[in-house]
Design a protein around this ligand. Sequence first.
Ligand code: ADP
Ligand code: MG
Length: 266
Amino acid sequence: MSGLKVDGVRASIDEKQILEGIDLEVPCGELHVIMGPNGSGKSTLSHVLTGKEGYEVEGSATLDGVELLDKPVDERAKLGLLQAFQYPVEVPGVRLRELLLEVGDEHGLNFEESSDVIEETAEKYGVTQFLDRPVNVGLSGGEKKRSEIFQMAMLRPRVAILDEIDSGLDIDAVREVAAAVEEMRGPDMAVLLITHYSRILKHMMPDRIHVLMAGRIVESGGRELADELEAGGYEVLRERLGIQPRVEEPAEKPVSEFFTDTPFDF
Ligand code: ADP
Ligand code: MG
């Protein structure tokens, strides 16, 4: 299958089981959404797929049929797996345009060709004014996310994982970021969007929605599933499916854990 296929993925950290067996198929051309309460394992799944160290992982995850889980982070990226940061990193001293010219060079484009594609795509994503500024420096939350998605569009991954790209954004920024993701979609890319809230989905056309609770996908469906969660919260789904909350599931994450949500430690 082209795209991402996850098969029986279990993951633990420091003897604590977080993912209890995840099965998921996101074919190229489709946008799938993972929703779930805080602490259900959403970020862990994206970390495990991108190859963050420190997890004990079992199962299989393939990209276009090639196993990812036995490969280091950089090889996974070369195969076409890309994760947008929940908290995009600022890179002082490197201008966005320079970064993208490097990317173009990697893809075998000459300076002229790269410059044209950069200008054209930047215009489409409304980020032209950021091209000659250092990457992400001084941008608002929404602008950073838009810039991230623009960068992704330039990199054209096979599988894009977007973890909580809507967190901390105001309503207008959420709409803009959703539009940027829709803009990025194409027949050659599978997109896995991870979100806590259904509000971003109002502005998107997901093909499938999966609900992750206590380390398992407990329900998959169409937009109606997001509507159910919007109306009644995760509690209603828990009751309908007879799921007990995990005792250790925190209601809210401690502030100190927010900074564990990037695939690399700085
Ligand atoms: P989500 O992204 O759905 O909010 P996470 O994947 O971040 O959830 O976390 C799932 C569970 O794993 C939580 O109970 C969290 O406290 C725990 N967890 C995450 N990272 C670590 C870690 N480095 N060490 C111990 N427990 C962790
Ligand atoms: Mg998370």
